[in-house]
Design a protein around this ligand. Structure first.
Ligand code: HEC
Length: 159
């Protein structure tokens, strides 16, 4: 009886394993929509505010992959379900804030976004933790944070 039961378990595990394998192979063929645009529009945050180079670089490296129309994809974006997760980050990130669209935001929206950006950076909420694990260079040091926040506070004052 005991032998019978373990054989049954083995069978069930094999079936589940096979189904998972088929699903995993199958989802590789489901495409995602890439977020790629070579154009830097006139409405871009950097263009509008003539941001200092050092701060430009930091925002570009730490934020633009999810908050602009152009993502520099890693090689593993070819693998599902990772590509879906990244796509979700980009879609959600852009919905909240798209630096490329800055010029189209009303003064009121700019003000509230700047407030939100400053607090997200201050509290280490952004860039996302899952992102900095693989993008070490996107991590902002205390020094970087101070510099960026100081600059953005000035932009907010000048609105
Ligand atoms: C890996 C993708 C990713 C990166 C990199 C990233 N963000 Fe985000 N960001 C998101 C996602 C997804 C959301 C929406 C969900 C959330 O709030 O967690 C978001 C939301 C936000 C919001 C709105 C939050 C709110 O609740 O008001 C701000 C502001 C923001 N990000 C700023 C930044 C800044 C500034 C950087 C760079 C220092 C950055 N993000 C880097 C993905 C990212």
């Amino acid at each position: 009886m005991a032998v019978c039961k373990s054989k049954l378990t083995e069978k069930v595990v094999t079936i589940i394993g096979s189904i998972l394998l088929v699903v995993l192979v199958g989802i590789q063929f489901v495409p995602t929509k890439p977020n790629l645009s070579e154009i830097v529009p006139e409405t871009d945050f950097m263009v509008i505010n003539s941001v200092p180079k050092t701060i430009q670089n930091k925002l570009q490296v730490s934020c633009y992959d999810c908050h602009s129309n152009n993502t520099e994809y890693p090689w593993y974006n070819k693998i599902q379900p990772i590509a879906w997760i990244l796509e979700d980050h980009v879609v959600q990130g852009k919905e909240e804030l798209n630096f490329n669209e800055w010029g189209n935001y009303s003064a009121r929206r700019k003000n509230s976004k700047l407030k939100s950006i400053i607090s997200q950076i201050e509290d280490d909420e952004m860039p996302l933790f899952s992102y900095t694990i693989v993008h070490g260079d996107a991590k902002l040091s205390e020094e970087d944070k101070k510099e960026i926040i100081k600059y953005l506070t000035q932009v907010k004052k000048d609105l």
